[in-house]
Design a protein around this ligand. Sequence first.
Ligand code: HEM
Length: 372
Amino acid sequence: MTTPASRCPFEHIQNPDLEAEQIAETTEITVKLLDKRYPPPKQILRGVHPKSHGCVKATFTINCDIPPDLQVGLFAEPGKQFDAVIRFSNASALVEPDTTETEIDPRTNEVVEVDKQGSRGMAIKVLNVGGEVLTDDNGAHNQDFLMINQQMFAFANTEDYLRLDRVLLQDNDVADRFFLPLLIPDSSVSDEQKQRIAKTLNIIKDDIQKTDVGNPLGIQYFSAAPFLFGTNKVMKFSAKPCAEVPPTQSPPRPRPDNYLRDALTGTMNEKDPLHFDFMLQVRSESCDFGPDNEFIENASSKWEDEFISVAKITIPRPQPEVDSEENKVHCEKLAFTPWHSLVEHQPIGSINRLRKDVYEASAKHREASVSK
Ligand code: HEM
């Protein structure tokens, strides 16, 4: 398992050998964490995003009026329609209640009330897209689009994600020690790294924990990380509901553990299709990518470019089967990765290079545990 030679003039890998080592160690830790979280006879779930709110059937249709310069890769043919499946999830590495309402205060050991939200995920699998793909999906040529409901990913690059994973492995999935260099001087952590850790904390505290979601079908999602757009451009993508989707508010406290699944199931029992706009931010070689290409290499950096609508996602309703056991089993078996992709949309940047081996290891490990 290696990262393929980059076809991308936008990437800037500072130390390829070191990065390869970091990717190998993170992949190894991913599998160790899964073995710790799910000892036999438990079924192994996803390394991240294990909790699903449901999988829905959809169509993905390229806009008839897509501008000619955006008719690239999946978007080459105006009006073309593909079947798709979408999985909605919580990002948390553990299956837990949708909102954290109580915590133990480490100083007093008392239970205190808190209100902490988690990041939410939307993964779209556009089926049978034809063309040349980077990795096939059990033989099929599918294009996966993985998104979260924040515009910036909390961890900038492979180095930081590995530091997080080491802490999670040593401290039984508690991430607190990742932030310790902000409080206690640590000579092994550079000033640059400290700045990135401070940004991670800001994204978690301000963007993730404060974003209260009433319905996974009613919010906007973002790729956060960048992708190729043909040979001489790059893109980030986003999916945004075309209209308000009730319930827009979370239920009053104490909230049911799985109120996001309840909201999704209720919404999918109604009539009339739901629509999302699928949009792109596109940048060309002439754009400023910052020192060391940080707008590509740092997944916590935000592009301010305008989002342009290129496709429409339609989710037909009703789909009462969404909460059935059969659908849950099917949903569990699916494997999404940004590397299920047309060559024109190759994932790029440090975090995306890391994702290739990690997603493959997670999917293979859980598949093997099911077939045992
Ligand atoms: C821009 C950054 C990222 C985004 C937007 C993102 C989004 C997602 C989403 C939406 C899923 C759920 C897919 C599904 O429904 O099956 C997922 C799964 C997963 N993510 Fe990420 N993710 C990001 C970065 C990372 C990184 C840096 C890692 C670790 C190196 C990671 C590891 C995983 C793993 C292990 C899975 C489960 C794979 C499987 O077993 O099928 N992700 N991610």
